[in-house]
Design a protein around this ligand. Structure first.
Ligand SMILES: [Zn+2]
Length: 307
């Protein structure tokens, strides 16, 4: 039987002052750890700033992302930083599989809009804010898939639940509209058992893979909310977070045995054939730099041990 495919959620801390060198380092680092699907390592900036710095209607004031007016894509999607970095990776490493993370409408809109909304939108609850972001993200998602990569829509905020959660989740279908669904995943970290979050996500039509965390303290209870039947009925595959990204010391990094036992727990519940890939619980930009290689090494060893 083939080993489970490994990947990451995407972000790593910046590895070199020069951008392309930094991307090269991120790629070699992931190859060294034998990951099956690589990311750009988000070497330019954080998951909000990619968009806040380059969308019409978004901006950065005093280091904080804000909403300034009607949101739209400023450039062609090919000129958007994430697409350019992907094309750089594809030109230099044509044979590797790549997944590109794109921040979803709710997480992006809430983060920028909660600081300041200067004009055009009535407030943080004005749903047009999120619709406009979805419409700006759609061509980017399309360009990523057209460049031969998978796209991952990151929506960590959805786990907090919203009164209009159903409409917010449906915006992900709007971003992915027209793309082959097997190219599109959604990552929601945190606890997914509240507010019916998981049920809404299982209803997505344009997204094939749902990526959740199972290894951190807050996320361990997620296992109770996934099942083979729900994933098969919803036509979904699981991206499974199998190692915590928040250890503070080397001793706190989950061991290969702990990873293997977590994988057994997940596979027992969902079925091996329903696992798209396994990954650390979340991005690792905020993880202690010295622990990131140990996390990836132990995840690799845990996947090998699980068999
Ligand atoms: Zn996450």
């Amino acid at each position: 039987m083939a080993l489970l495919t490994t990947t990451t959620i995407g972000s790593l801390s910046r590895l070199d002052p020069e951008l392309n060198k930094s991307i090269d380092e991120a790629v070699s680092f992931q190859l060294e750890h034998r990951l099956g699907i690589l990311s750009d390592g988000e070497q330019r900036t954080d998951m909000i700033s990619y968009f806040a710095e380059s969308f019409d209607g978004l901006g950065v004031e005093n280091g904080m992302p804000v909403v300034l007016g009607k949101i739209a894509l400023k450039t062609t999607p090919e000129e958007f930083s994430k697409v350019k970095d992907l094309q750089y990776i594809k030109s230099k490493y044509p044979d590797i599989k790549v997944k590109v993370a794109v921040t979803g409408p709710t997480t992006l809109g809430m983060t920028c809009g909660s600081r300041k909304i200067k004009s055009h939108y009535k407030g943080l609850l004005d749903f047009r804010l999120y619709e406009d972001i979805a419409d700006a993200l759609a061509p980017i998602a399309k360009a990523i898939v057209a460049s031969g990569a998978l796209v991952q829509l990151d929506e960590p905020f959805l786990s907090q639940g919203y009164r209009d959660l159903d409409a917010r989740v449906k915006l992900l279908d709007r971003v992915a509209d027209g793309l082959p669904r097997d190219k599109v995943s959604t990552h929601v970290c945190g606890y997914i058992g509240g507010h019916g979050v998981i049920d809404h996500l299982l209803n997505l039509e344009e997204v094939s893979t749902l990526s959740f965390a199972f290894a951190g303290r807050t996320e361990m209870p997620n296992i109770a909310h996934v099942s083979r039947k729900a994933f098969e009925d919803g036509g979904k595959k699981l991206g499974a977070g199998c190692i915590s990204v928040t250890p503070l010391t080397e001793a706190e990094v989950h061991t290969p045995e702990q990873v293997a036992s977590k994988l057994r727990e997940i596979v027992d519940k969902v079925g091996r054939e329903n696992i798209a890939y396994v990954h650390p619980d979340c991005g690792m930009r905020a993880t202690d730099r010295s622990l990131v290689p140990i996390i990836l090494r132990n995840m690799r060893a845990g996947v090998d041990l699980f068999g």
